[in-house]
Design a protein around this ligand. Structure first.
Ligand code: ASP
Length: 336
């Protein structure tokens, strides 16, 4: 039988030194960031890792909920952008954090696509995290740089087919939602376009606006204001139904393109975080999502909080597993 870690440690440490070690350990427990102490949680700032660049849609959603969560918890909830490799760098870092409730991860559908897209993923989305709850589900939009030319989805499809080798599609790296939507679009049209990866679709949007890249499929939480101001051209939404704030934009399905996807977001803590801490953070998320200012901010961006009964570990773990299974069927094997 394996010796429990503490017993093994005690045998190797002489009594006086052991007292000193114990003193340091107890002192550590009183500080929020170095020990998982449900009774005093939270007594320090909570960091939420966003695995994409600042200014993009995941960052925007996280910042909208962070402030009211902090107000509810009586501590600041701050965003830490850890971008790279389609969200897998930030998720990997979050998986390694201390399971004390002071480092969380807000990630999207990419948690479920990464296992199908990476042969050597450095984290396990199921085993390495405690799900806290679902946050929101966001429609995507197919947009282009101003002046690309096509007037509607039909013309865009012809344009892509005619310029398959040269048209550029921006996305936030392999495993990102915009990469997934791009893959689904390519598959629906039977084309292979030039992909241009970024650390997030915030920076990608800057290049769409500047005309350096042609098209992108991204969440309304990034595209809504650019669509409304006419700064980008929009062709379709990717949801089964039209989106309330954009009643004039057709769905891809209506336009004859077999593409349907929306981007669900979830909040996670590292595996091993005590249940009481998970529940404290979950309750603050539920409160934040019921806040009228949050509802209004998300509505302006074409989305809404999930229903309160979805802000639970069970709802998120069910969605995560369903989607891991779904994308494993749909996406090609890594490297194939
Ligand atoms: N919307 C991005 C994606 O495609 C991520 C981001 O920048 O928030 O996954």
């Amino acid at each position: 039988m394996a010796i429990p870690r503490t017993a093994r440690h005690a045998r190797l440490v002489p009594p006086a030194a052991a007292a000193l070690v114990l003193g340091i350990a107890l002192a550590g427990c009183s500080s929020g960031s170095s020990g998982a102490d449900p009774a005093s949680y939270p007594d320090d700032t909570i960091e939420v890792i966003v695995p994409f660049a600042a200014g993009g849609p995941t960052d925007t959603v996280t910042r909208i909920v962070a402030e009211p969560m902090g107000a509810e918890l009586g501590q600041q909830v701050v965003v830490q952008n850890v971008e790279g490799a389609g969200g897998t760098v930030g998720a990997g870092e979050a998986s390694q954090a201390d399971p004390d409730g002071y480092t969380a991860l807000l990630h999207h559908i990419g948690m479920s696509t990464a296992p199908s897209l990476y042969a050597d993923l450095n984290f396990d989305p199921v085993e390495d995290f405690e799900p806290v709850g679902l946050v929101t589900e966001v429609p995507m939009t197919i947009i282009s740089r101003p002046g690309l030319g096509p007037a509607d989805m039909d013309e865009l499809v012809s344009y892509i087919e005619e310029n398959e080798g040269s048209i550029t599609l921006a996305h936030a790296g392999v495993g990102s939602a915009s990469n997934l939507c791009g893959l689904l679009l390519e598959d629906a049209l039977g084309v292979d376009v030039q992909e241009v990866p970024y650390d997030g679709t915030g920076p990608a949007m800057t290049d769409i606006l500047g005309g350096q890249v042609d098209i992108m499929c991204d969440q309304t939480t990034n595209t809504a204001s650019q669509i409304t101001s006419g700064a980008v051209d929009v062709y379709a939404v990717t949801t089964p139904e039209r989106v309330e704030v954009f009643p004039d934009i057709p769905t891809a399905q209506e336009e004859g393109v077999d593409l349907e996807v929306s981007v669900w977001h979830g909040l996670y803590l590292p595996a091993g975080t005590p249940e009481e801490i998970v529940e404290t953070l979950r309750a603050s998320l539920e409160t934040a999502l019921a806040d009228q200012a949050v509802i209004d901010a998300l509505a302006d961006l074409g989305t809404a909080p999930v229903a309160a009964d979805q802000v639970t570990p069970d709802a998120l773990s069910t969605r995560l597993q369903e989607q891991i299974d779904l994308w494993a069927e749909v996406l090609p094997e890594p490297g194939s």
